[in-house]
Design a binder for this molecule. Structure first.
Ligand code: NAI
Length: 636
């Protein structure tokens, strides 16, 4: 057919089945820009004139189906009219797609997110390809916006409102099998038969699985019950003044059947909110972190971890989870056993498939003798925080390592410049600093010592990216970025307790500011002894707070000992009422953190202000809706 298209290709086979292939020009992944949607509309015009027997929509990219709307277009939404026009564009086009006379099918392989899933939902059939990269979801809420192109209407119809709201309010994604099980996908097939299966299904006339009766009620007369429940759930995690989008999603579904155009004031408010602007910025920062190490062709297959304690054990498990073959060394097998036990539960929880969990477990090899050293592409040292111990280890390691292997230390507080003095090639030592708990924390600091080999630093970044963490390059300095900014913040929080403000009030002040956890609860979680040691190193000679000293003396070390600032029961702190928070308390507590961040940028410890914001958000959970500490300071 002779439509002049840049991004789409339209083919019709001998049976009259048309295939529209999206292969966005000049990009490695598909996104739905205004251009792409305009072309899709003219493609539908063409098919109106020559209706096919069926239409299959698929991607021409290796990287997946469609990653979502084109995020770069969001930053151009400077007026309410433009915001509404953006919503209208996709809403109307996908309504039109849903209404075409011929059957339609989305062949979903790889990422199918946001606007991509909204397009797929407007097709009669959704065929999911069963492979690990296939993921379907509506993550708009994470950008501070809502799925306005029909997602809020069609996802609840397809999978029922409870599951749909859960997906839309958390941004979580489904793999192919789960999508089939929940009724989002009509079928789920392996890649080798996908074309044939798509052609059969699109003309099959097979009716869609109806929504169970109860789900229909919940999407109809019982909407308000479901909506109220969802509001309560959201309120536990996000305050409306910080994160208005999840509340808007519930309202739009409940009152307007997911049609945002029926509530233009909501569209204006959400799109113009600083939260949406900042979260889109944070998304961009995250992409920037993912870009580190992409120029390196370093690829790790085998990892050797030394020290199977809190950190080393979990680092080894994480690497095995991410497909590497890992040898884990410690002084004795008994020391490795607890790490293997934790790894087992991580694999079961994350992989949800006994065969895959088994395979991951097989990749994690206890290695008390260090037999893995000569084969490893990356060696991570995570033994006791002691210079002599690390020296002895490095001396023994270096002659046994492969020439191109990366040698990394996970040290939090020792200087790389001191640790590497025993190496013949000191420039090869790099810091790869994970945070606790390893499986939950997205950031990893990659520490460059004075005079380090830049290719090693690049390779370390590439490795961090390979295991799906966000690498943040930092210069070697006490506390690097994350611990250096947390220390003065925790100190300020404990000084407030010394002044007589209750831990509950201090925590509430920062929760109201938008932190995911209060600083006193954070101290209880990391351990008062660790906070004390960090304070000694990072507080610049200031006296330890009395409230901390008293508790450490009595061996009240926080969560791990059952009592710190709070009593802990079943993993939760038992908090009393917070009472009223003194005016200006949050600003006072957060000021030292922001000051320190500024200083680290000025001193060149961290590349620039954007990276500092990214590091503090992904390393400490600093209120993402503010766009990070430095962005926050600029905005007030
Ligand atoms: P840990 O005390 O839980 O584990 C250390 C392990 O290393 C022990 O199992 C010990 O048997 C083993 N080990 C000691 N010397 C050894 C040697 N010569 N050969 C083989 N194994 C040896 O310590 P943790 O907390 O895991 O810390 C390890 C490193 O990670 C330290 O450098 C620490 O600064 C750093 N780190 C710790 C964090 C934390 O939150 N605990 C966070 C980030 C870094």
């Amino acid at each position: 057919m002779n439509v002049n298209l840049q991004h789409w290709r339209l083919d019709v086979d001998t049976q009259g089945i048309a295939t529209a292939t999206l292969d966005k020009a000049g990009e490695s992944a598909n996104s739905l820009s205004a251009e792409v949607l305009r072309e899709f509309s003219s493609l539908l015009d063409q098919l109106d004139v020559y209706p096919p027997k069926g239409l299959i929509i698929r991607s021409g990219k290796a990287a997946g189906f469609i990653a979502g709307a084109d995020i770069s277009e969001f930053s151009q939404l400077d007026t309410a009219e433009k915001g509404r026009a953006l919503v209208e564009r996709g809403w109307k086009l996908f309504n039109r797609l849903e209404a075409v006379k011929y059957p339609t099918l989305a062949l979903v392989r790889g990422h199918c997110l946001g606007g991509g899933l909204e397009l797929a939902l407007a097709c009669r059939y959704l065929l999911a390809v069963d492979e690990s990269g296939t993921k379907m979801g509506l993550p708009e809420v994470m950008l501070g916006i809502f799925p306005g192109w029909g997602g809020m209407l069609r996802l609840p119809q397809r999978v029922g409102p409870a599951a749909a709201l859960d997906m839309m309010l958390t941004g979580k994604t489904l793999d192919a099998k789960r999508a089939k099980k929940m009724g989002l996908a009509d079928d789920c097939v392996p890649p080798r038969v996908m074309e044939m299966a798509a052609r059969q299904l699109v003309v099959s006339g097979q009716p869609r699985r109806p929504l169970p009766f109860m789900q229909k009620l919940m999407n109809g007369p019982l909407k308000s019950v479901v909506a109220n429940g969802a509001r309560k759930q959201v309120a536990r995690k996000a305050r409306p003044q910080h994160y208005p989008a999840p509340y808007a999603i519930i309202d739009l579904w409940q009152k307007h059947d997911g049609n945002a155009l029926a509530a233009p004031e909501v569209v204006d408010r959400i799109i113009a909110s600083p939260t949406a602007r900042n979260l889109v910025r944070v998304f961009g920062l995250q992409e920037r972190l993912k870009g580190f190490g992409k120029d390196s062709d370093f690829k790790a297959r085998r990892v050797h971890v030394i020290g199977a304690g809190v950190m080393g054990g979990d680092i080894a498990a994480w690497c095995a989870l991410r497909g590497m073959t890992v040898t884990l060394q410690d002084q004795a097998l008994e020391r490795i056993a607890p790490a293997l036990k934790r790894a087992q539960s991580l694999f079961v929880k994350k992989l949800r498939d006994p065969l895959k969990a088994r395979a991951a477990f097989d990749r994690l090899i206890p290695d008390p003798q260090g037999d893995g050293v000569p084969h490893a592409d990356v060696i991570i040292e995570a033994i006791f925080e002691n210079v002599e111990a690390k020296h002895a280890l490095f001396r023994a390691l270096e002659p046994r390592m492969k020439p191109g292997a990366v040698l990394a230390t996970n040290t939090s507080s020792l200087k790389l410049e001191d640790l590497r003095t025993v190496l013949h090639r000191p420039e090869r030592l790099v810091g790869i600093h994970f945070f606790n708990p390893v499986s939950m924390m997205p950031l990893v600091e990659v520490v460059e010592a004075e005079g380090a080999d830049p290719t090693v630093v690049q390779a370390a970044c590439a490795f961090v990216k390979q295991i799906d963490k966000l690498p943040l390059p930092v210069k070697s300095a006490p506390g690097f970025l994350v611990n250096a900014v947390l220390a003065p913040y925790m100190l300020a929080a404990m000084r407030a307790v010394d002044e007589g403000i209750s831990p509950e009030t201090v925590d509430e002040a920062m929760l109201a500011f938008g932190m995911p956890m209060g600083p006193i609860e954070l101290i209880d979680t990391v351990g008062l002894d660790i906070a004390m040691a960090a304070g000694k190193q990072l507080a610049g000679g200031a006296d330890a707070p009395k409230c901390l000293l008293q508790r450490v003396k009595k061996n009240l070390l926080g969560k791990k000992s059952g009592q710190g600032f709070y009593a802990w029961s079943e993993g939760k702190p038992q908090k009393g009422s917070a009472g009223s928070v003194p005016a200006g308390l949050a600003e006072r507590l957060v000021k030292p953190l922001i000051d320190r961040t500024e200083r680290l940028v000025a001193e060149g410890i961290i590349g620039d202000a954007e990276l500092a914001d990214a590091g503090v958000i992904f390393g400490t959970g600093f209120a993402p809706f503010t766009g990070g500490p430095l962005n926050y300071r600029k905005s007030v």
